[in-house]
Design a protein around this ligand. Structure first.
Ligand code: FES
Length: 139
């Protein structure tokens, strides 16, 4: 697997932050195989376009989003939607994610989960995955 440099990560993050995100839709064509979650890409047309987002729930992670970040075969981010500050589930906002926790928590994240503002001290947690042209498998 190719190593991702800090500069490459930041550039990719900036590109994703600049995306016009499509509203998230519920993932379909999801099954569990040998303890892993397999998302059928043909069943999730939203992921055919960069900026597309689908959401699903996985027992060991809770609510998760799959974001199409580029046209490459591994051009996705899979992120846990629990805010790293206090665990409130973030909601999609124009171009990213917003934590709805009351009384000024106000954390904001880019579409790929990178922290932008607020009380959260880190990015939304990334979840490991592998992708082929047909499926995305979440560990
Ligand atoms: S729980 Fe999200 S900012 Fe506090």
């Amino acid at each position: 697997m190719a190593e991702i440099t800090r500069r490459g990560f930041i550039c990719a993050g900036a590109a994703v932050a600049a995306l016009a995100a499509a509203p998230a839709v519920a993932a379909t064509g999801v099954k569990t195989v040998a303890g892993k979650t397999v998302v059928d890409l043909a069943s999730n047309k939203a992921l055919a376009k960069v900026g597309g987002v689908v959401e699903l729930s996985i027992a060991k992670y809770g609510k998760v989003a799959v974001v199409r970040t580029s046209k490459s075969i591994n051009g996705y981010s899979v992120i846990n939607l629990s805010c790293p500050h206090a665990g409130v589930v973030v909601k999609q906002s124009s171009g990213g994610w917003l934590c709805p926790a009351p009384r000024g928590h106000g954390s904001e994240f880019a579409l790929n989960g990178a922290r932008k503002a607020g009380l959260a001290a880190s990015d939304l947690r990334s979840i490991k995955f592998t992708a082929t042209s047909k499926t995305l498998t979440i560990a």
